[in-house]
Design a protein around this ligand. Sequence first.
Ligand code: ADP
Length: 326
Amino acid sequence: MKERILKELNQNRRSFISGQYLSDRLGISRTAVWKYINALKKQGYEIEAIPNKGYRLVTSPDVLIAEEVYPLLKTSVLGRKVIHSEKLASTSLLAKEIAPQQQEGTVVIAEEQTGGRGRLGRKWYSPRGGGIWASLILKPRIRPEKAYQLTQVAAVAVVKAIKETTGVSAGIKWPNDIIINGKKVCGILTEMNAEADAVNHIILSIGLNVSPGQEDMPPDLRDKMTFLDVECGFSVSRKGLLAALLGELERVYFKFLEQGFEAVAEDCRRFSVLLGREVRVEQMDRVFQGRAVQITGDGALLVQTAEGRVEVISGDVSVRGVYGYL
Ligand code: ADP
């Protein structure tokens, strides 16, 4: 019902609409209308109320609730259902829990994560309203061994959405980090639930830093991380960015499903900040250095070492530039 009231208010932003009109149109009492208006105010909507004239929506908050995101979406599957929370331990945890009952494309979003995680359980800093902290539930009909490619599919979409929304050219530090001016602006985490030869679901989590707000960055991240606002010099609307991200992701994801990773690989190469550079590869059991020379049609990173070419598959490695973080 709140959503319907908001729709009415949004359609009549230039004029006042009376409580009576809303009550007749939506078939609820005027007291109920008043209660919903108050609930919207609590969510951050600025609504002018004048006796005998009615209500007028002045500004909407930049929160990632369904009512704000749906009108901006141009997708047919991704984000058609938004589950929004003010605070979660992690969006990925909730997404994993509910995935079996949810349709593909459902997205879990939190304004703040208290226990956000990256790969290998590393902490992901997710301050309140500071970014897009989201986990998408995907149910692709692909073989489980292809699932790691989705990380790079998402990375391409993030780079495109950043460009579209801010004009800034970001790069991909293979396979899962998005970099601007040598600092990390976004991390991507792909977690799979599968049988031996079929995927049940994949949780694609994206942490995209937008605005530092009032909070001090953790000291250990200060030189490593950045925010979109800082890089583009204006205040980025998170809901607009989320809609752009879901739009790009749907395009690249469908392309991947229809044509395979090969069709996305060229964008991965184009946006890569590693190709042509010296890198250090850390795997579970060994560490080696070499020059990143190619991203293959399967999404592996080819590294030229003194001993020959090594094909590095995502998931069990982390790659760092030898001269600092990149
Ligand atoms: P890696 O960069 O090694 O692939 P992850 O992608 O799993 O690691 O991300 C976790 C790491 O990212 C943390 O160990 C920390 O260094 C860094 N980090 C944590 N929060 C943020 C953030 N909001 N923005 C950028 N980097 C972050």
